[in-house]
Write a protein that binds this ligand. Structure first.
Ligand code: GDP
Length: 296
């Protein structure tokens, strides 16, 4: 299960603290040393860990905490709150255009889960009584268009495609127009990914961006890739101004690094997480729930 290592290590640290009636500064320092190691081992960005520990320490060693009846619990609360803040504080919702359709551009590297996430998002919106349209803009990965069409059929959401011989920019423009003409209130554009971030990909995405002026640019990253996911997010964000991140494969045994670092490193909120291959395995990302889950 995701975060298992981190979760059990933190729980260990805190069960020691909780057992103490009085907590000394040394106890806090010792606990923070262990928290630091646990976070680093979970592949959380080094600088993020450093800042996190400094913040918790500053709040935890005050006289008020030491003199409270349950200092261990107070410190756990502090850590819980800081973990929540680290992941963005409160839930960051999907944008909505004042004048429909809301345009969502899905970007990411190949294999991150972009196409399936597009389908999951369409399904979620449809369940909320919206009328999404999927636009098949990944013309390079063999079978990506077909994959989206199959997903569309499963969830009964129309898929706009112009095959793989038209440029992605033209497909995006025509798809948006099709959405407007047919009363769709959300247009989800699946774009091409590559195996690595490259300039050509970015230029194409920038072109699409400037033509469709999206309300959301969601980067789909594979949480199993840890710090690589964070580096990819950082790179995309510098080139494209992301509005949010979708963390995929949280059902796997991800250590947690991506979930805990991506907001702090990029400033971009995690808007959704996916937890499986099934089409309803998409959830809005709740930082506070995730923090509580990690702390057990
Ligand atoms: P794309 O190249 O980014 O469009 O990636 P795909 O959407 O084709 O997904 C790549 C693979 O990851 C597929 O086999 C998906 O079923 C799988 N996948 C996507 N999201 C999840 C998830 O949340 N959990 C699991 N276990 N697999 C996922």
């Amino acid at each position: 299960m995701a975060f298992e290592g981190l979760s059990s290590r933190l729980q260990n640290v805190f069960s020691k603290l909780r057992g103490k009636g009085k907590v000394s500064e040394d106890d806090v320092s010792e606990a923070m040393r262990e928290v630091r190691l646990a976070l680093l081992e979970a592949d959380v960005n080094f600088k993020v860990v450093k800042d996190f520990i400094a913040k918790v320490k500053e709040k935890a060693v005050g006289k008020e905490v030491m003199d409270s009846f349950t200092p261990g619990m107070v410190i756990i609360d502090i850590v819980n709150k800081e973990l929540t803040d680290l992941m963005g504080g409160s839930q960051s919702k999907l944008a909505r255009a004042t004048k429909p359709p809301t345009v969502i551009m899905m970007v990411g590297l190949q294999g991150a889960g972009k196409t399936t996430t597009s389908g999951k998002l369409a399904k979620m919106l449809q369940k909320q009584n919206h009328r999404p349209l999927l636009v098949a803009g990944d013309i390079y990965r063999p079978a990506a268009i077909k994959q989206l069409q199959v997903l569309g059929e499963q969830i009964k959401v129309p898929v706009f495609s112009l095959g793989d011989q038209t440029s992605p920019v033209e497909i995006a423009k025509a798809g948006l127009q099709h959405g407007k003409d047919n009363g769709h209130d959300y247009v989800i554009i699946d774009t091409a990914g590559r195996l690595h971030v490259d300039e050509e990909l970015m230029e194409e995405l920038r072109q699409i961006h400037s033509h469709v002026n999206p309300d959301e640019v969601l980067l789909v990253v594979d949480s199993m890739t840890g710090q690589d996911a964070v580096n990819v997010a950082d790179h995309f964000n510098k080139q494209l101004e992301l509005t949010g991140v979708v963390l995929t494969k949280l059902d796997g045994d991800t250590r947690g690094g991506a979930a805990l670092s991506v907001k702090a490193v990029t400033g971009c909120p995690i808007k959704f997480a996916t937890l499986g291959e099934k089409l309803d395995a998409l959830e809005p990302f709740h930082p506070e729930r995730m923090a509580s889950r990690i702390l057990g």
